[in-house]
Design a protein around this ligand. Structure first.
Ligand code: F6P
Length: 323
């Protein structure tokens, strides 16, 4: 393995740059030449390859986003696009690829390996933490901290006005961001797609809080919850329970930006280092993860298909602690 290439794909996540730095410098340490591919799989199709040296990745460990840029590539879904991408890999004499991303990225990688046999390893980079085969994905911890800080601020105004806030957080169809940020911010309830949401039960929680003299409340709603987004849930609650003056905040893409936390930088470095070593040792078709502090290899198929369980005992704990 003399020449490797690296790309980031799908939604950007804080810590991707720290991971790019780790991949580049580990590759150089192993006497490899490293190329960056710009704009995810689109760049592979259009031949956007750039050489990456040690100083190309200086001073990026602390930066959010991705210096390689990213995309959700539609062209890579077509065989024709993938053939062009393979020709570009051959033209640039690439022996192996490191892809940083989430579900879509690894789905593409799996098909590409099947069709062309290029050795590829994946690194989980998504704020959603929705990949099987790793305790945490790069960007998740930063997103959770961003939500926590935002909710702390919302609580100041909620408390001052005696209001009930419904705060919608990202996660696509997974409730990990909601669960952890909700515990950290002391939310009165956390609604996640993995469990059925009962509006009546939510109202009971609010009434219980009111009886205990709570002046305000914060309900975290994960996008993808079965009762709807924060606007919909707020309307459903309001229909049956008018006590509180309610407001809705949708945090949106603020959750994807910002300087990565120490946890995300360390995870990114650890996974980047492990991924290049895995490629060098002949691994392919696997996502590199960390489970209980140990490096693990999970086949792409398993990483994307299995849904990591949300811990319902933690949902229960969050309710008790905020009651
Ligand atoms: O996968 C990351 C994520 O931010 C999800 O939480 C969210 O559902 C989605 O991407 C938003 O995608 P986009 O930025 O393409 O609108």
């Amino acid at each position: 393995m003399k020449r490797i290439a690296l790309l980031t794909s799908g939604g950007d996540a804080p810590g991707m740059n720290a991971c790019i730095r780790a991949v580049v410098r580990t590759g150089i340490h192993l006497d490899m030449e490293v190329s960056g591919i710009l704009n995810g799989y689109n760049g592979m199709i259009h031949g956007d390859f750039v050489p990456l040296k040690s100083d190309s990745v200086s001073n990026i460990i602390q930066r959010g986003g991705t210096i390689l840029r990213t995309a959700r590539s539609m062209e890579f879904f077509d065989r024709e696009g993938r053939e062009k991408a393979f020709k570009n890999l051959q033209k640039n004499k690439i022996d192996g690829l490191v892809v940083i991303g989430g579900n879509g990225t690894f789905t593409g990688a799996r098909i590409f390996i099947e069709e062309f046999g290029t050795p590829m390893v994946g690194i989980p980079g998504t704020i959603d933490n929705d990949l099987f085969g790793t305790d945490y994905t790069i960007g998740y911890d930063t997103a959770v901290n961003t939500v926590m800080e935002a909710v702390d601020k919302i609580r100041d105004t909620a408390d001052s006005h005696s209001r009930l806030f419904f705060v919608e957080v990202m996660g696509r169809d997974a409730g990990f961001i909601a669960l952890r940020s909700g515990i950290a911010a002391g939310a009165e309830d956390i609604l996640v797609p993995e469990t059925h949401t009962s509006i009546d039960e939510l109202i009971q929680i609010l009434e219980h809080g009111f009886r205990k003299n709570k002046k305000s409340g914060i309900i975290i709603v994960a996008e993808g919850d079965d009762a709807g987004g924060a606007l919909e849930v707020a309307a459903k609650v309001k229909e049956k329970y008018q006590f509180y003056d309610t407001r809705v905040t949708i945090l949106g893409h603020i959750q994807r930006g910002g300087s990565p936390t120490a946890n995300d930088r360390i995870l990114a470095g650890t996974l980047g280092y492990a991924a290049v070593n895995a490629l060098a040792e002949g691994e392919t078709g696997v996502m590199i993860g960390v489970i209980n502090k140990n490096i693990t290899y999970t086949p792409f198929e398993k990483a994307i298909k299995h849904h990591k369980n949300i811990r319902s005992d933690l949902l229960k704990m969050a309710r008790i602690l905020s009651s």
